[in-house]
Design a protein around this ligand. Structure first.
Ligand code: ME8
Length: 678
């Protein structure tokens, strides 16, 4: 199988890891794990970028030598990635001798091919971006990223980038998938089409960098240095052949650089030109992901919304954060991080969707009615509904693989969740608890096996994203953890791999529910800002308290603009208020009338818990009980129980009404009972 090499950008060691850099690293880890699972020899590289003027200045501010400073800043990256379950095969630091000597070798080779010449640079430089900008590129006197620029005039070596305009354009034409997503490919082509200017690739006004081999007064431009990490980590360029380089770099391997869209130009224009100059193959693909904001705002320390991954891992576990980031933020697009959405995914998809499915089956049915063993069944005796679920599993496996192959983990997860939902629905429809009660052992065995095998498939397909949880899920199914082996494709393809007679091992729920108090405590600990649970939702302005006098005035003048604002203000609530109300999707299992009441119906509603809830609803004048059977309705799940007409009601059914009547809220898809409504 073709070797696969995936890299993240090497992060500047002037900062701490945050969820933006975590996003890049997790995405690379997911791709690496997926390829490993498929049997490809795989290598995953990450690291830190330790040279440059930005680093030198930060070290000075800290009163440290640059080397002492980067020695202090590099370990938190290693630790953060480890905590996030990112299993890189190599971690490179650009101050390491193995890198320094390869960068100097790159320089020598480019010089030998006549692409480097001496001159003087005069123009703009942005230290924060470590990038040169032309006058035309500046926006209001700042860099295109909005950072300050400085006028620089210094002796410099130049790389003849202008020689590569046509070569690069021809290369893009021949490799239309070189830059992904497609929109970015066009952006890069358009930029190059305008004509490339020679690039300054050495600096003389500061010292913190790799010396130019033949002229140590110059240090090599930090991007020429940093980009080389992708091959220096494989032992190239070198006079001796390097087995790792031979194996993973194209031609033999497939090399994918995952980068943020902000640094696409360096990777898709400069890097292939440098490689062409020294006669080394270009990487297979540069994949540009989007930019993460926090509650709609750019992350920054001064705004106070800088989010390190550590506390989130502590609160939710690495896999939950991995799942949330990979599911909610489509690779290639910008996305917004929100604690509310993270919690919604945790309770919804993970707790009520996957965790509940496992719990319902293993801890309840298999343990209580099947002696804890995976049942033996005859596949040729299965019913149509079982075959339909198997067909869904096959469709999911095919679709999810296609999406992972296309570097679209969010789409892969969407596809896998179709199976999670379908399996939950299958459990609702086959009602194994009734089969157990009626002692229909044969059918119970078939149903239980079908669900357990579906769970096994999920445990494999979800492993790249949630390795720890998937191994824990497998332990409950009595299966060993996933350990990929080269040249063995472990992707599920043949139904029935779970052996009858395997002893299951129920354990703690995979995604234990946070009650209100715990949720509040977690959010407080994380310093979570009050946010609405949908990323795109506009933020409500803070309600201003009204004086008593103004409130009276507003009530009197309802038609004025002022009064309209007042009524909006009155309706506003904080996220804390919203978070208090737990809305869930309920499946109506039975419905009848409460004796002596023409209004009250007694419903038994499955909201994803072990037992259905009894809820009394005042909808009997509009609905006959049978009209509600099997309907998926919306209920308030955390309303305190109360008694009505001598019966306990635990929850509330939501309905809309106007002068023409009343209508119970429901959803137009067969989502799993217990799904979070937000
Ligand atoms: O540019 N959202 O390093 P860097 C998403 N050293 N991704 C983000 C992000 C955010 N808010 N913030 C950072 C450098 N990233 C160079 C790279 S590579 C040869 C040299 C991610 O520390 C994203 O991948 O500024 C971005 O491109 C990378 O961190 C840059 O990190």
């Amino acid at each position: 199988m073709r070797p696969f090499y995936v890299t993240t950008p090497i992060y500047y060691a002037n900062d701490r890891p945050h969820i933006g850099t975590a996003y890049s690293t997790i995405a690379a880890d997911v791709l690496a794990r997926y390829k490993k699972l498929r049997g490809h020899p795989t290598r995953f590289l990450t690291g830190v970028d330790e040279h440059g003027q930005k680093l030198e200045r930060r070290a000075k501010e800290e009163g440290l030598s640059p080397q002492d400073f980067v020695d202090r800043m590099a370990p938190p990256f290693r630790i953060a990635w480890e905590e996030l379950g990112c299993e890189h095969d190599d971690f490179i630091r650009t101050t390491e001798p193995r890198h320094v000597k390869r960068v100097q070798e790159m320089w020598r080779r480019a010089q030998k091919s006549g692409d480097i010449y001496e001159g003087e640079y005069e123009g703009w430089y942005c230290v924060a971006d470590e990038a040169f900008y032309t006058e035309k590129e500046l926006v209001d006197g700042k860099s295109p990223t909005g950072r300050p620029v400085e006028r620089v005039r210094e002796k410099s070596y130049f790389f003849r980038l202008s020689n590569y305009t046509e070569k690069l354009l021809a290369f893009y034409e021949a490799n239309p998938k070189f830059v992904q997503p497609e929109g970015r490919y066009n952006e890069v082509k358009n930029f190059v089409r305008e004509g490339l200017k020679d690039l300054s690739i050495s600096r003389t006004t500061f010292r913190w960098g790799i010396p130019v081999p033949s002229d140590p007064e110059h240090v090599i431009y930090v991007w020429f240095d940093a980009l080389t990490n992708y091959i220096s980590a494989l032992g190239a360029p070198s006079d001796q052949s390097s087995p790792e380089f031979e194996k993973f770099w194209p031609k033999h391997g497939e090399a994918v650089h995952l980068v943020g869209k902000d640094i696409l130009r360096f990777h898709a224009v400069f890097w292939p030109a440098f490689l062409m100059s020294v006669g080394i193959e270009t990487p297979s693909q540069v994949w540009a992901h989007g930019w993460l904001t926090v509650n709609g705002e750019k992350m920054s320390k001064s705004v106070g919304n800088f989010i390190p991954p550590g506390p989130l891992v502590e609160a939710f576990g690495a896999d939950v954060l991995r799942y949330y980031l990979m599911r909610d933020i489509a690779l290639g697009q910008d996305g917004d991080f929100s604690h509310a959405n993270l919690i919604a995914r945790y309770h919804g998809d993970l707790g009520n969707g996957l965790g509940n499915l496992l719990n319902r089956l293993v801890a309840s049915i298999v343990q209580k009615s099947l002696g804890g063993l995976v049942p033996h069944i005859h596949f040729d005796e299965l019913e149509q509904i079982d075959r339909d679920l198997i067909a869904q599993a096959e469709k999911t496996a095919e679709g999810a693989a296609k999406h992972f192959d296309a570097v679209a983990p969010h789409r892969a997860l969407e596809a896998i969740w179709e199976l999670v939902i379908a399996t939950n629905k299958y459990v609702d429809q086959t009602a194994p608890w009734s089969l157990a009660k009626n002692d229909d052992k044969k059918r119970l065995r078939q149903v239980a096996y079908t669900v357990l095998e579906a769970l096994r498939w999920m445990s494999v397909m979800l492993w790249p994203v949630m390795p720890g949880k998937c191994d824990a899920l497998r332990a409950q199914l009595g299966l060993p953890p996933i350990r990929p082996t080269e040249d063995t494709d472990k992707w599920p393809s043949a139904w029935g791999g779970l052996a009858g007679g395997t002893m299951t091992k129920p354990a703690e729920p995979l995604f234990p529910r946070f009650d209100d108090d715990k949720q509040r405590a977690v959010l407080e600990r994380l310093g979570a800002l009050p946010v609405a649970p949908t990323a795109a939702a506009p933020k409500p302005s803070k309600p201003k308290p009204l004086s008593e006098e103004k409130r009276v005035d507003a009530a009197k003048t309802e038609t004025t603009a002022g009064a309209a604002a007042t009524s909006t203000e009155k309706a506003l609530c904080t996220i804390d208020d919203v978070m208090k109300v737990e809305l869930r999707l309920g499946l109506v299992k039975s419905a009848d009338r409460v004796p002596k009441s023409d209004k009250l119906l007694r419903l038994l509603v499955d909201i994803g818990e072990a037992e259905p809830r009894q809820i009394l609803a005042g909808i009997g004048k509009t609905y006959e009980p049978e009209q509600l059977l099997g309907r998926r309705i919306v209920v308030i799940a955390n309303l305190a129980p109360r008694k009505m007409m001598g019966l306990e009601s635990h929850g509330m059914v939501l309905a809309a009404s106007d002068e023409n009547g009343l209508s119970v809220l429901s959803v137009d898809k067969d989502l799993a009972a217990g799904s979070i409504v937000k």
